[in-house]
Design a protein around this ligand. Structure first.
Ligand code: GRF
Length: 193
């Protein structure tokens, strides 16, 4: 399976995925492309260091351009890892059921437009919830609404700030995302064979 990872930021989730693939005895997939809407995203640097092809998505709303990029790299599965733009409808259609995202909360709570980064953790704290977590889900053309594949739970601790809660959730993401992605691609490969 050929994976493309789309990321807007530091790419720590990308890193956890690359490490999981690198240490897997028989990796069921390889990352063939890392693309970002931000030319300075550290995720691109992580890819370059490993000689993985990179691309800058100049106009994230241009579905035809993104589709052409993914086709050029013969991408089977698209992995969103901190990608802050909506995936255009033509890409969602063509890779239907094959686009994954990770969200730093227990969806369906605390999802939707504007719910990203510290905004999510601030909302969890303001709601007084005693737990939060991370969700891996399939991507549809609405933010954070596709089928849930897996979740990890973390406690909200007394005295938590958005930063301390965010760090605890991110650590859970780094375990949850590679594990869920690997089992997703393994099942997909089995179905295809
Ligand atoms: C993570 O919290 C992820 O859930 C969210 O964006 C953040 C990305 O972090 N979608 P990184 O770029 O993988 O370090």
């Amino acid at each position: 399976m050929r994976l493309a990872v789309l990321a807007s930021g530091s790419g720590s989730n990308l890193e956890s995925i690359l490490q999981a693939l690198a240490t897997h005895p028989t990796p069921p997939a390889q990352v063939v492309l890392v693309a970002s809407n931000r030319a300075q995203a550290f995720a691109l640097e992580r890819a370059r260091q490993r000689h993985i092809a990179t691309a800058v998505i100049a106009k994230p709303t241009d579905g035809a351009a993104l589709e052409a990029l993914l086709l050029e790299h013969r991408v089977d599965v698209v992995v969103l890892a901190g990608y802050l733009k909506l995936v255009p409808a033509e890409v969602v259609r063509r890779w239907s059921g094959a686009i994954l995202n990770i969200h730093p909360a227990l969806l369906p709570k605390f999802g939707g437009a504007g719910m990203y980064g510290h905004h999510v953790h601030e909302a969890v704290l303001a709601a007084g919830d005693t737990e939060s977590g991370a969700t891996v889900h399939l991507v549809t053309d609405e933010y954070d609404r596709g089928a849930i594949l897996a979740q990890a739970h973390v406690p909200v601790l007394p005295g938590d700030t958005a930063q301390s809660l965010g760090a605890r959730v991110l650590a859970a993401e780094h375990e949850l995302y590679p594990r869920t992605l690997l089992s997703f691609v393994e099942q997909r490969a089995k179905r295809a064979s």
